[in-house]
Design a protein around this ligand. Structure first.
Ligand code: CA
Ligand code: CA
Length: 252
């Protein structure tokens, strides 16, 4: 019985360890109207090679085919400029995405640099520039975080990751990291977006905490929970058998 229990526990733990990994395949993601002033979906290339790229001066979001529930981690890399195209507008990511009017977005602009011929850059719908986190609910924007004078650099690659731990959102985007509490959208799709900007994104990955049974997000987690019940039930049965065996010994 003990061997069976250990084997079951190991197999359950193994299922649990893999439970949170989500298969990211950007060829299945959807190009949609973004959280933008410019109401178009833009054109994305590189979806099959898992490196979504905007080569034109367009807007729009690319959102995942899966939803994340509860705690999660979404990470990757991005570069706003290409070898032959320089611009100064908005590049960002979305999460808790229901639609373009209900989501969180992290956006970053380059804006007009002093002493250059750059055009004035796009601003978020809120009028924000620099780095910002916006919560959009029913088309009403709320700024949760903003550094208005922090801008991305040309010909530079950046990393990002955004995660939820209970009510806490942790955002690392480019050069900045910040955390705050918000429970408005505890589930939704993730994605990337641009406004009037070229950009490339790569090594996108998403996961949910593998052993956190409080967030039942993936079928694997459900399997793990079933397995846990199985282990608990088996342990109880084993104990019951021992107690009844001891009772028999005592009676004898
Ligand atoms: Ca530029
Ligand atoms: Ca532009």
């Amino acid at each position: 019985m003990k061997k069976v229990l250990i084997a079951c526990l190991l197999s359950c733990l193994s299922l649990g360890a893999n439970a949170g990994i989500i298969n990211v395949d950007t060829s299945k993601w959807s190009a949609v109207v973004g959280p933008s002033n410019d109401r178009n979906t833009g054109t994305w290339v590189g979806l099959k090679s898992q490196a979504p790229e905007k080569r034109g001066n367009t807007s729009g979001a690319l959102v995942s085919d899966f939803q994340l529930f509860g705690d999660f981690l979404f990470s990757g890399f991005f570069s706003p400029t290409t070898v032959d195209y320089d611009d100064n507008d908005i590049v960002g990511l979305v999460f808790g995405w229901q639609d373009e009017q209900n989501h969180y977005r992290v956006g970053w602009s380059q804006t007009q640099r002093a002493g250059t011929n750059d055009d004035q850059s796009y601003r978020d719908i809120t009028g924000r520039t620099g780095l910002y986190l916006i919560r959009e609910v029913g088309g009403v924007s709320n700024t949760l975080f903003n550094i208005s004078d922090l801008f991305w650099e040309d010909n530079t690659s950046y990393g990002f990751n955004v995660s939820r731990q209970g009510s806490q959102l942790n955002v690392n985007f480019g050069t900045e990291t910040f955390s705050l509490e918000d429970l408005t959208f505890t589930s939704g799709r993730v994605g990337v977006y641009t406004e009037s900007q070229t950009a490339r994104f790569w090594q996108l990955s998403a996961s949910t905490p593998p052993l956190d049974v409080s967030s039942v997000a993936e079928p694997g987690v459900v399997v793990f929970i079933s397995g846990l019940f199985l282990v608990v039930a088996a342990s109880r049965q084993s104990r019951k058998q021992r107690v009844s065996a001891q009772a028999s010994v005592a009676a004898a």
